[in-house]
Design a protein around this ligand. Sequence first.
Ligand code: SF4
Ligand code: SF4
Length: 444
Amino acid sequence: MSQTTADAVRTALPMAPAKNDAGIDYELFLDCVHCGLCTSACPTYVELGDENDSPRGRIYLMRAVTDGRIELDESVQKHLDLCLDCRACESACPSGVQYGKLIEPFRIHMEKTGTKPDNLSWLQKFLLYRFTPYAGRMRLALAPARFAQWTGLDTLMRKLGMYHLMPKSLRQMHEMLPPLKAHYGTMPDVWPAEGKRRARVALFTGCAADAFFPETNLATALVLQKNGCDVWIPRKQGCCGALHYHAALDQPAKDFARANCETFFPDGGEIDAIIVNAAGCGAMLKDYGHLFHGAPEEEVAAKFAHKVKDISEFLMEIGPIKPTHPLKLKAAYHDACHLCHGQQIRKQPRQLLEMIPELQLVPLNESEICCGAAGSYNLTQPEMAERLGERKAKNVLDTGADAVLSGNVGCLIQLGRYLREKKPELLIAHPIDALWASYSGDRL
Ligand code: SF4
Ligand code: SF4
């Protein structure tokens, strides 16, 4: 955007006070010059072709409500609620619009004023907010499902149509379950570096990710150790707060963030980095400074955020040890939104995968378009989540790949849901699982 255009927009449109009910910095609205270059990157616009479901349209709606020019009625709420918060519009925008800083406080405002649509049943809310953010509780909650999968009871119940006896909301959640592997149990607090020590890091193991894909946390610790890192796994760490924050529940999100800062920070000055392998958690952890903007916790939270690194980002910074065992695979890589748009990490996971002998990375059409997972979006907006899940599945199948890799728990679950039946032999995994398989010679 040229300065002239931005200034022209600033002067042409009516101004509102710098502070407003949603606490949004009004200047942020003015960065948008309505050029429309973001629309083709927006999954909901691409699917529906409705301007109100585009980034430009949503910014216009939020600003018009803030100005008092339109009511925050049901139709406006619907368009804002359909946004995935995938931030593809930020990557596409040449004017540097910080869309996340508009939609997130606006949604919190909608939640506080009772104008945010409530699309979840009480049971889904209970499981999402009382179980999912707690790794131990999640593991317990998944134990019956794991047992059913391992014994074949799951397949039998499916064949007999017994899942239709479940409440619909529980069935929706059950349908998402990936094949559950055995949990590693308890990891030691500290894993010493292999060979000469190159760094001291802390590992963020998360909550849902650890319950659904424990093998990836284990692989991450082993890969770090192999790359000469002392790995500290703080026992008292908790959820990053993203699930609550994206559902506009900012207080519980802040409680989780505060607890994590306290857990990691007594030793924070000593460690070189806080490593995370889930894109959604990484983007949230890196945003802690902004979460506490203007609050007494801001300084510590910003220091914490500064230490956070995605595993692929960190390994490419220190220079990874070359993997040696071949993985004869044709693999497609799906960019998780919170990695490519939220953290601008695109090349590092691909660089790691390209190091693996005999792994052939094939291009994936629309790899940066959201798969429809987006936290709890597949529960709150099942129709759009399904459209995007099917769209992604088609793009993956078109590559002819035998594996699809992605660095986020939600994406892995969503990819599995829409691809498992279409191509049962397709491997769905985290890039770090592939890297560890190539280091160790184990099967992926
Ligand atoms: S958000 Fe950016 S790309 Fe989209 S209309 Fe506004 S200025 Fe243009
Ligand atoms: S965050 Fe994603 S869904 Fe929302 S407006 Fe931006 S591109 Fe569209």
